[in-house]
Design a protein around this ligand. Structure first.
Ligand code: FAD
Length: 813
C-alpha cells in the first residue's frame, strides 16, 4: 500500500456519475490533489443500470441550468478526454394531453430559449412526422427538445474518471470509506486501506448517502433526508420496423408521455419503456427489508405487474411496442429526497463537508452537479443560484416517515405539473402552530413552510377545497374571492396572520454590533428599533436578507424566512468570532402579524404598549396580559405590528386579537399584499442570481462604512461600471394567469429580462410582476411584453416606489 494517498485537499466518497464529475470539475479548476474513494468498481451504485436519458427539460431554472450544462459537457467530453462513448443526441418529443400541460411546456420553452436552447412546440401531426409509429389520440400539443438524448452511463463515468486522472486526480477503487474523524480543523477519512487527511469531504454515495451521512453526526450533521425507490425499465427484442426506419432516418427521438407517466426510447433497434408508476414501491424501509451492507451491481427482482397499466397505455400510443417480446427488465434502486431533487451543496451543520448525493436523474445532472459542487468547494459560492437543490432546504422535520411518504408521492408524480395553488398532501402536519386548531376551525386551507403549517387562505362554507380545483395555472379558483376579501379586510380594517416558524436567532456579546456591521452591506438600527439587513456573497450578490431587531447595543434578534433557517444560521455561525453567542429560538417563539388601518384600535383594547412609537420601532409590551415584543412593521404595507411571543402565550394573544375584531388572513393574501409594495420574497426576487444593485437594494448598501463586508469590492466596482440589469416593478395586462417566476420579458422582439415573481394586487386591482430588466430599458413607462405560459402580454415599467401607498403614509400612520 506504499502509494496509497495519506493526504488530499478533497476526498470524495462514491464513484458514480456524480462523484466522478465532482472530481473531474475540481481537477479542471486546478484542484488536482483530490482523491475519490469507491467501495467497489466505479458505477457500482445506481449508475451502472441507469437508462441514460439526458433531458434538459425542467420548470426549475436551476435544474434546467444544470441539465443544459450536462448536455453541453457531454457533447465533446469523449474527444476532450479521449475516451470514446455512446452519446446519442436524438431530440425528444414530450406529449401534452391537456391545455395546462401545453402551458407548462410553453413556460419551459421560454426558459429554455432564455438559456440558449432551441426548444419548440409543435402540433401532434408534426410530431408524428418525427415519430411515425405514434398514434395521436388525446394529444393537445407536443414539445420538441432537440438537445435531449441518451448516454451510456458507465462510459460517461469512465470518461469523467479518465479526465480527472489525466489532470492528476486520484481514484481508489475497491476502497470503501469506513468513517470520518475531525482533528485540528481537518478531516480524517478512514478506509480499508488506510487513513486520508483532507480539508474537505464530499458525500457522493448515491443511495448509501444516509449511511455515510451518519458519520458526520458527531460533527453537527443530521440524518440525510432520503429514501430509496425501486425503478424499472424494460427492453424489448429487436423490432424490424425500427431497424428499417433507423437505417433510413437515424434514431427515433425519445418519447415522453408525461400525463400517462412514462418514457419510451429507442435502444439499439428495440425500445426501452420506463414508467414512473403511481402504485410504486419503496425499498429498505422495514425491519424485514433492511438496508444492505453492499448492493454493488445488484438489482431487485422484476415486478412488471405494477407497470401493466402503463405498458398497455404505451402500446396504444406506439402499437409497435406490442408486436415484440420483452428481452430484459432492469429494476434498480433510485434514491429520492422528499422533493425528488438532489442534495447538492454544503452539508448542513458540518464544517468543510459537502453533499452531492440522492440524485434521481444523476446521469442527466452529473455534469452540472460536478460544476456546482466544485464551485462550492473552490470558491464558496456558485455561478447559478442553487437553492432548489441546497441540502439546507430541509431542516429537522424530515424524519423517516416524512421522507418515505414524500418520496413515494414524488416518484408517483414524477412528471406532475407543479401548479401554484396546489399543495402536495403527503408528509403534512410535521410542525404545528399553537393555534393550529383555531386556524383550521376558521377555515384555514393549509400549506407547509419549512414543515410549519400555515393557512394559505381561509375557506368559507361551501367553498370547494378539493385538490382537483388547484390544477390550474390561472388565478381564479375558489380561493380567489377569499384572497380578495382577506386583502380588503387588511386594507379597510385589520387582519391577523398566524406565522409560526419565522426563523429567529439571538446574537449577543460584546462587539456583536461591530461584527454584524462587518457582515451586512448596510447599517444597523439604533437600540429599540429594527431594520432590514442584506448579506452579500463575494460577487456582491444577494446571499440573504434578515430583519434585525436591536434590543440593546450588542443584543440582537435576527428574523428570517422559515425556509432559510439552516441556511441563514450558517451564514452567521460560520463567521462568528469567539466571544459572541448565537442561538436559534425558532421553536420557542411565534409571530402574529396584525395589520390594517384599524390595528391600533385592536392594540388599544388588548395591549399595554406605547402605540405612538413610529415605524420600525420595537418595544417590550403586554398583549392580552402576556409578555410580547411588538415590532412596528408590516409586510402587508399597512399600519401594523408583529407580535412576537412565547409559543405558550400565543393562543391567548390570538384569541384577544380576534376578539378585538381582526380577520384572519393567509399566506396567499400576504403575497398579494407584499407585491403591491414591491417587497421582495426570498429565493425568488432575492437570490444569488442577482447583485444587490441589480436587485434595487441601493439604499441598503453603505460603501463608505469602514467595515470590509463580503462583496464590498464587487459592489464598489459595479457602482462604477454600472449594472447590467435593474429591478423593476411592472403592471401587466395579464389575462387569466399572473406571471410566474422566470417569465421572459420582451422588447422589440428580443428577450431583455425576466420576472422574479408575479401576483394579482387586490388593492390596486392589477396584475403585478417584479423582475429584472436590461438597465437601459428600466425606465418608468417603458412598454414591454411578458411571456406568460406562452402568451405575450403587454406590461409597463412602474416608478421605483410602491404601487400601493407610494409615500408609505399608511404604514407610518
Ligand atoms: C432503473 C433506473 C433507471 C434510471 N435511468 C436514469 C436515466 O435515464 N437518466 C438519469 O439521469 N438517471 C437515471 N437513473 C438515476 C441514476 O441512476 C442515478 O441518479 C445516478 O446513477 C446517481 O449517480 P450517483 O453517482 O449519485 O450515485 P451512484 O451511482 O449510486 O454512486 C454512488 C457510489 O458510491 C459508492 N459508495 C457508497 N458508499 C461508499 C463508501 N462508504 N465508500 C466508497 N464508496 C461508496 C457506491 O458503491 C456507488 O458506486 C435511473 C435509475 C434507475 C434505478
Amino acid at each position: 500500500m506504499a502509494d496509497f494517498p495519506t493526504t488530499a485537499r478533497v476526498v470524495i466518497i462514491g464513484g458514480g456519475a456524480v462523484g466522478t464529475s465532482v472530481l473531474y470539475h475540481l481537477a479542471l479548476a486546478g484542484w488536482t490533489d483530490c482523491v475519490l474513494l469507491e467501495k467497489n468498481e466505479l458505477t457500482a451504485g445506481s449508475t451502472w443500470h441507469a437508462a441514460g436519458n439526458v433531458p434538459t427539460f425542467s420548470t426549475s431554472w436551476a435544474i434546467m441550468n444544470m441539465q443544459r450544462y450536462s448536455t453541453e459537457l457531454y457533447r465533446d467530453l469523449a474527444e476532450k478526454v479521449d475516451y470514446p462513448m455512446n452519446y446519442h443526441v436524438t431530440g425528444s418529443i414530450r406529449l401534452a394531453h391537456s391545455k395546462e400541460r401545453v402551458q407548462e411546456f410553453e413556460r419551459a420553452k421560454g426558459m429554455g430559449r432564455y438559456q440558449g436552447m432551441d426548444i419548440s412546440m409543435m402540433s401532434p401531426k408534426e410530431a408524428q412526422d418525427l415519430y411515425p409509429f405514434m398514434e395521436l389520440h388525446d394529444l393537445q400539443g407536443v414539445l420538441f427538445d432537440p438537445n435531449d438524448g441518451d448516454i451510456d452511463p458507465s462510459q460517461l463515468t469512465q470518461a469523467l474518471a479518465k479526465g480527472a486522472r489525466d489532470l492528476g486526480a486520484r481514484i481508489e477503487r475497491f476502497c470503501p470509506a469506513t468513517g470520518v474523524n475531525r482533528e485540528n480543523g481537518e478531516w480524517i477519512v478512514h478506509t480499508e486501506k488506510g487513513d486520508i487527511r483532507c480539508e474537505y469531504v464530499v458525500n457522493a454515495a448515491g443511495y448509501y448517502a444516509q449511511t455515510v451521512g451518519e458519520w458526520f453526526k458527531p460533527y453537527g450533521g443530521r440524518i440525510v433526508p432520503m429514501m430509496v425507490m425501486s425503478h424499472q425499465y424494460m427492453l424489448t427484442d429487436e423490432i424490424p420496423e425500427i431497424e428499417e426506419y433507423t437505417a433510413q432516418h437515424g434514431k427515433l427521438p425519445l418519447l415522453r408521455d408525461v400525463d400517462t407517466s412514462y418514457y419510451l426510447r429507442q435502444e439499439k433497434t428495440g425500445l426501452n419503456l420506463g414508467p414512473y408508476e403511481r402504485n410504486c414501491k419503496a425499498h429498505w424501509i422495514t425491519p424485514e427489508d433492511p438496508f444492505p451492507e453492499d448492493f454493488s451491481f445488484q438489482l431487485y427482482p422484476d415486478d412488471l405487474e405494477r407497470l401493466e397499466w402503463y405498458i398497455e397505455d404505451a402500446m396504444a400510443r406506439v402499437p409497435l411496442l406490442g408486436t415484440t417480446g420483452i428481452n430484459k427488465v432492469i429494476n434498480g434502486p433510485i434514491p429520492y429526497a422528499p422533493d425528488g431533487l438532489p442534495l447538492l451543496g454544503p452539508m448542513p451543520g458540518v464544517p468543510n463537508a459537502f453533499e452531492a448525493c440522492v440524485f434521481t436523474f444523476g446521469i442527466a445532472q452529473s455534469g452540472g452537479a460536478g460544476k456546482v459542487l466544485a464551485e462550492w468547494i473552490t470558491e464558496g459560492q456558485t455561478e447559478w443560484d442553487m437553492w432548489a437543490v441546497d441540502p439546507r432546504r430541509y431542516t429537522d422535520y424530515t424524519d423517516a416517515d416524512y421522507c418515505i411518504q414524500k418520496g413515494m408521492e414524488t416518484y408517483g408524480h414524477e412528471y406532475a405539473m407543479h401548479f401554484p395553488w396546489h399543495v402536495w398532501p403527503a408528509g403534512r402536519g410535521k410542525k404545528l402552530s399553537p393555534v393550529y386548531d383555531k386556524i383550521l376551525a376558521a377555515g384555514g386551507v393549509m400549506g407547509a413552510y419549512n414543515g410549519w403549517e400555515r393557512a394559505n387562505w381561509f375557506a368559507k362554507n361551501g367553498d370547494d377545497t378539493s385538490l382537483e380545483t388547484t390544477h390550474t395555472w390561472e388565478r381564479s379558483g375558489p380561493w380567489e374571492r377569499r384572497i380578495r376579501e382577506e386583502c380588503e379586510a387588511v386594507r379597510d380594517g385589520v387582519g391577523v396572520l398566524d406565522l409560526p416558524g419565522f426563523s429567529r436567532f439571538n446574537l449577543t456579546g460584546e462587539g456583536a454590533a461591530e461584527w454584524l456591521r462587518g457582515m451586512i452591506t448596510g447599517g444597523l438600527a439604533k437600540a429599540g428599533r429594527m431594520n432590514l439587513a442584506y448579506f452579500a456573497d463575494d460577487r456582491g450578490r444577494i446571499l440573504t436578507e434578515m430583519s434585525v431587531m436591536r434590543h440593546d447595543e450588542d443584543h440582537f434578534t435576527l428574523i428570517t424566512a422559515a425556509s432559510a433557517q439552516w441556511h441563514d444560521f450558517e451564514v452567521l455561525k460560520n463567521a462568528l468570532p469567539e466571544g459572541l453567542s448565537l442561538t436559534d429560538h425558532t421553536t420557542e417563539y411565534s409571530t402574529l402579524i396584525v395589520t390594517g388601518p384599524k390595528s391600533r384600535a385592536v392594540f388599544e383594547q388588548i395591549a399595554d404598549a406605547d402605540l405612538s412609537l413610529g415605524w420600525l420601532s420595537l418595544q417590550v409590551a403586554k398583549v392580552a396580559g402576556k409578555n410580547a415584543a411588538l415590532a412596528r412593521v408590516s409586510f402587508a404595507g399597512e399600519l401594523g405590528w408583529e407580535i412576537h411571543a412565547k409559543i405558550s402565550d400565543i393562543p391567548a394573544i390570538y384569541d384577544a386579537v380576534i376578539g378585538a375584531g381582526a380577520t384572519p388572513f393567509g399566506m396567499w393574501a400576504l403575497n398579494a399584499l407584499r407585491i403591491e409594495k414591491g417587497y421582495r420574497a426570498w429565493k425568488g426576487d432575492l437570490s444569488t442570481d442577482y447583485t444587490l444593485y441589480e436587485g434595487g437594494l441601493d439604499r441598503f448598501i453603505k460603501l463608505d462604512k469602514p467595515q470590509e463586508f463580503r462583496g464590498k469590492a464587487a459592489l464598489m466596482n459595479e457602482k462604477q461600471q454600472g449594472s447590467a440589469k435593474r429591478f423593476v416593478t411592472l403592471i401587466v395586462d395579464a389575462g387569466a394567469a399572473d406571471a410566474p417566476y422566470m417569465s421572459t420579458l420582451w422588447h422589440d422582439g428580443q428577450v431583455v429580462g425576466e420576472t422574479t415573481s408575479g401576483a394579482w394586487g387586490y388593492r390596486i386591482n392589477a396584475s403585478v410582476a417584479l423582475g429584472m430588466l436590461r438597465t437601459d430599458l428600466a425606465v418608468v413607462g417603458t412598454k414591454l411584453e411578458v411571456e406568460i405560459y406562452g402568451e405575450r402580454r403587454s406590461a409597463t415599467v412602474q416608478p421605483d416606489t410602491p404601487l400601493w401607498d407610494p409615500d408609505n403614509a399608511r404604514l407610518r400612520a
